[in-house]
Every structure is written in C-alpha cells, then in structure tokens.
Design a protein around this ligand. Structure first.
Ligand code: F6R
Length: 609
C-alpha cells in the first residue's frame, strides 16, 4: 500500500504534493515525506513520522521552493514507522518513493553493503535509490539507469524518482501496483490513483502492468515491459472524483453510515426496474447463469463477509453452488477451476492485492471474470470481463460501511437476477423480491432512527475488553462483520460466531463480563437462535439483541438490551441489520476516543499481499 505522488509544475510543488497526499492518506498514514529539486537542482527532503499533519507542520516551519517533486504517505511493511524509514529515500543524486514490496531486497542490500554503500533505513526502498545512484556514478544517464535498475527488481512496485539537476524529469514505473499520470496545461502529475490527481489533471493515463515512464512538463514517454516505447490512451479526468467532505459530521464514518439510504437508492436504482418488476443486469449479460455450474467468489475483510451473505442468497434463490474464499488463501487451495464458469470478486477499492491476485489466477484458469467494485477506474474493474458497480461514492473512513451495504445491494439484486435466469423463483416470489429490494433504502432510513438508543447501548459496550457476536443464516456473516467493525475501530477484542457453534467451545467464555451481541431478525432460523440466546442468558452473559418487533416480543426478556429494527422481508434483513452493527461499533469507538476514521495500523487500500 502507501500512496505516491509526483508534480512537475510551474509553482512550488510541495503544497500540491501535500494536497494530493491528503487524498491518498487512505492508503496509509504511518509516515509521510516529500522531496523536491531546490536551489541549484539539489534534492531537498522533508519527512515526518505519523500522519500527514506532522509533515505539514514541518513544511510550515521549513518550506520548499522546488517546482518538481515527489511525495509519499506510508503504510509500513519493511521497518518501523519512524522518520528514518519514511520516504522519500535518498542516495547521492537520487530520491525515490515506492509503493509495494521488493522481494529480492535482501540479496540486493547485501550486494550494496559489500560494495560500501551506507544504508540508513530498514526499508526495501532505499536500495532502489542506491542502485540508481550507483548507475549514475557509472556514467549512465537517468533513462538508462532506470532501465537497468528495474531489470534487477523482483516484486510489486509503483515508483516515482527524481534526479539531482534534472528539473524536468520524474521517472515512474509500475509492476503490480497501480499508477496514473495526469496531464494538464500547467504541468504533468503522477499518483497512485486518479483521486490524487483529480484537481490538477485534465486528462489521465493509467500505466499498464510492467510499464515505466519518463514524465516532463511537456508530456510523457512510456515504455512497456519489453522496454519498447509505447502509447497508452489518455482519458478525461472523471468529474465525479473529488475529495469527499465531512460536512457537519464528526467523522467520515458517521457521514458514510448516514449516506446509506441515498447510496443504496442509487445502487438499487442501477439494477432494479420497479415499473417492470424486474432486475436488470445489462453489464452482467455475459454471466451465463443458465450455463454456469458454480460460482467461485473471493474477497477480503468486509467485502468477504458481503460475499458470504451473497452465497446464502445465490444458493437459496438461484440454486447455484457458490465457493467462497478469503482472497489471500484462495490460490493456495489450488482448487480445480472449470473453464467458462464465472468467478466473482468483491472490492470497494478495486486495488486489494490479494483479490487482484485471485482474479488473475481465475483468469489464467479460463473463468469469466466478474467484479463488484466501488472504484470504476480501479485495477480489478479494468481487468474484469463484467463490472457491476456499487454506487456508494468515495468511502473515506477506513472502516467500510456504505460500500458494504452497497455490495450487499448488488449481490441481492444479482441473486434475484440469477433466479430469474435459472427459473428458480415463481413470478410472485420474483415480484416480491424486486419490491423488497426497491424498498430497502427506506428500511435503512428507518433503522438509522434508532441511533440515539444504539449510542446509549454502545456506551456500556465501550467498557468491555472482549465481546462476542452471534448470528445464524445470513446473520452469521453479519456477526463476523460486527466483530470486525468493533475491533478495528474501538480496539475491543471481538469474535463472531455462528450461533449454533457456541456450544462447541466458545460458550466457555461466557460470564457476567462478556457482552454478546446477537443479530437475529425474526426469520426462518429465529427459533433456533432464541435457544442459543437462552444458553447465553443461563450463563449470565450480557445479551445485546438486534432484532425486529416480533423477535423482541419472543426473546426480549432474555436480553439485557434490545435494539428493535423495522420489520422487513427476510431477503433484505442483512442490509437493514448492518446499520445497528455499524452504529454500535462507531459509538463504542467514539466513547473510547480512538481515531475512528484512521484507526491505528490500518490502511483503507491494501495493495500488498
Ligand atoms: C474493514 C475493511 C476491510 C476491507 C478489506 C477489503 O472495515 O474495510 O476489511 O473490506 O480490506 O478491501 P476492498 O473492499 O477495498 O477490497
């Protein structure tokens, strides 16, 4: 992960670099740094451990004047998040910023140390600066130095490089990590994604796998992985990509939770045709649900939990078997893939390295690649045969909320569409399902009205050291999601379990200190969950029950607290019950005073495997 930027302009580059880095902070916030070419073309550098605001303070006290520069915001992989490990890394006449991992860095580092190089950081990046500087010392021009050094690197990287005395040059390279070039009248720009460049660039070029480039103020020269000069199409910068604002909300996460009725409306609106009482998937036309024997899904984290819920829907409604894996594990099962079957990938960012690697694995196995993504310009979107967008808009809070429910919206719509195609639901059931989908944004708005009550309950939860989340059926993945949300933003240890699994071990954890959040709308499995609730209550566990009115009436007295959701059709209950799960975690984190939008150790986009 990490975000990288580059600016070749006419004004001082540092403020523009900082501005672009702010839009990339979702990629990591362990440290940040900038290098520009200052007086006499010398490389100048400012760095700071921690968030970008620390670098901003350094720059306030010690501004930079160069109009050419590169910048970085880091998510630490090699070496602690200290200033010494912050990028840019400088060796002699070269400064480098890097996103990714150089896999053969130990061997390269040993060679450099043996030849007398003084390595100052623990990073894999610094060796690139030394290798380039060594190439310059041997008399190579920057272009030849870049060409030679790239040939030595193994792993995944996006790089931006400046050279002393070369005020009209940034070299860039991409293997496995995305990189976009921005073109404008007043300069040329570089960034890990289009969002970083949106305010500056009129047109964008996305580098392809293995490409490297030489940027100047007048344009760009691009070389492909064979080293041959090539052309890549440029496209207008989409107007829609700009930095989202927090508005009157205290955190982006709160704003994004409250945006859900609107963005679910957009997302369902893209697929549900209420006047015809049908679901349309024009873009998914090439998923042959009639011919498919099974679907292979993979995703990470919250997106994986969305996929788990999607599996219940696709199997139940469309009677199609679904294999689902955590993307970081999928390839290692070496699962046999039947060519021509669909493989479905779910990702907010569209850049998650493990999900992308699974996609490429399935592509090599002859699968039809379909994706549910929120960023339409992302690598996953661009490498898919079929793209089904979530229209959640930019999600800035590191903890995924609106992207999750929009992923569920697409998956529920897709399951109904697949059921239509496979003839597994009768006309009345289909119409009822379509109406349920269309009404979901309204149900979610109703769910949000319970916020004050949920906030009250979260105060108690915030004092806990541990928590359990339980659910059965589609509520089981929601229990997993609830536990993930709580631990990532409030740092309270939490585990999600299938409610029926409790008695096979975890019930030993139950005592008066243990809050147990049970997600249980009154659905087909409610009676069974009610028994599991009694098992917890009998052992003194403090139950926080998330249910609907009927569920509250039937199980309410066993619960310590009950959060009552609107009564909704079973199909869409997971989308509605996601709201209290999110709000509980959000308010517990606020009570605990954690950094809700940028929790420690995390990054929004995980572009390393
Ligand atoms: C948790 C969270 C992560 C992401 C995961 C996948 O709140 O946001 O678990 O869901 O890193 O990211 P994407 O969806 O961008 O592939």
């Amino acid at each position: 992960m990490c975000g990288i930027v580059g600016v070749l302009g006419r004004e001082p580059a540092a403020p523009l670099l900082l501005d672009a880095l702010k839009r990339l902070e979702y990629r990591g916030y362990d440290s940040a740094g900038i290098a520009t070419l200052g007086a006499g073309g010398h490389v100048e550098r400012r760095r700071a451990a921690g968030k970008l605001r620390n670098l901003e303070k350094v720059l306030d006290g010690d501004p930079m004047i160069g109009t050419a520069g590169i910048g970085h915001t880091r998510w630490a992989t090699h070496g602690a998040p200290t200033e010494a490990n912050a990028h840019p890394h400088v060796a002699g006449r070269v400064a480098v910023v890097h996103n990714g991992i150089i896999e053969n860095y130990r061997a390269l580092r040993d060679e450099l140390v043996a030849s007398g190089a003084r390595i100052e950081s623990d990073t894999d990046t610094e060796i690139i600066a030394h290798l380039l500087n060594g190439a310059l010392d041997r008399g190579l021009a920057p272009e030849a130095a870049v060409r030679t050094v790239l040939g030595k690197l193994q792993g995944a990287y996006a790089l931006a490089i400046v050279f002393e005395g070369e005020d009209d040059l940034i070299a860039a390279a991409r293997v496995g990590s995305p990189l976009a070039i921005g073109l404008a009248e007043d300069g040329t720009y570089l960034g890990s994604d289009a969002i970083a460049l949106a305010p500056f660039a009129d047109r964008l070029i996305y580098l392809e796998e293995g490409d490297w480039a030489l940027l100047s103020r007048g344009g760009v020269r691009i070389f492909d992985e064979t080293g041959a000069e090539t052309r890549r199409e440029d496209t207008p910068t989409p107007a829609s990509i700009s930095l989202a604002e927090k508005g009157n909300y205290r955190h982006f996460m709160a704003k994004e939770i409250h945006e859900q009725p609107a963005v679910l409306g957009h997302t369902f609106g893209n697929y549900v045709d209420l006047s015809e009482e049908t679901v349309r998937f024009d873009e998914a036309a090439s998923i042959d649900f009639r011919g498919a024997q099974r679907i292979a899904m993979s995703a990470c984290g919250t997106a994986y939990y969305a996929g788990l819920i999607g599996r219940y829907w696709l199997e139940k409604l469309a009677r199609i078997p679904v294999d689902i894996d955590i993307a970081s594990e999928f390839r290692y099962r070496e699962t046999p893939l039947a060519p021509g079957n669909p493989a479905l990938f779910i990702s907010q960012s569209g850049e998650t390295a493990d999900t992308l690697a699974s996609l490429r694995y399935c592509k090599a196995g002859g699968q039809t690649i379909a994706s549910i993504v929120n960023v339409p310009t992302s690598s996953i979107a661009r490498e898919s045969d079929v793209v089904m967008p979530t229209l959640a808009g930019p999600e800035i809070g590191v903890a995924s909320t609106k992207a999750f429910t929009c992923q569920l919206a697409v998956l529920a719509s897709l399951a109904v569409h697949a059921a239509q195609a496979r003839g597994t639901l009768g006309p009345d059931a289909l119409k009822a399902a379509v109406r349920a989908l269309a009404e979901t944004p309204g149900y979610v708005a109703d769910a949000l009205r319970q916020e004050a009550e949920i906030e009250r309950i979260a105060r108690d939860l915030s004092h806990a050291k541990n928590a359990l989340y339980l659910g059965r059926g589609t509520s089981f993945p929601l229990a997993l999601e609830g536990a993930l949300k709580l631990k990532e933003i409030s740092y309270i240890h939490a585990e999600g379990y299938a409610a029926g699994e409790l008695k096979h071990g975890p019930i030993a954890l139950i005592d008066e200190e243990m809050p147990v959040v049970v997600v249980a709308p009154h659905d087909a499995v409610f009676e069974k969950v009610a028994s599991n609730i009694q098992e917890v209550a009998a052992r003194g566990g403090r139950i926080i029950l998330i249910t609907d009115e009927r569920g509250a009436n039937e199980a309410g007295s066993d619960a310590h607290e009950t959060i009552v959701m609107p009564t909704v059709p079973e199909l869409v209950a997971p989308i509605v019950h996601a709201v209290p799960v999110q709000l509980l975690a959000y308010h517990a984190a606020v009570f605990n005073g954690t950094d809700v939008d940028q929790p420690r150790n995390l990054a929004k986009s995980v572009t390393v495997e």
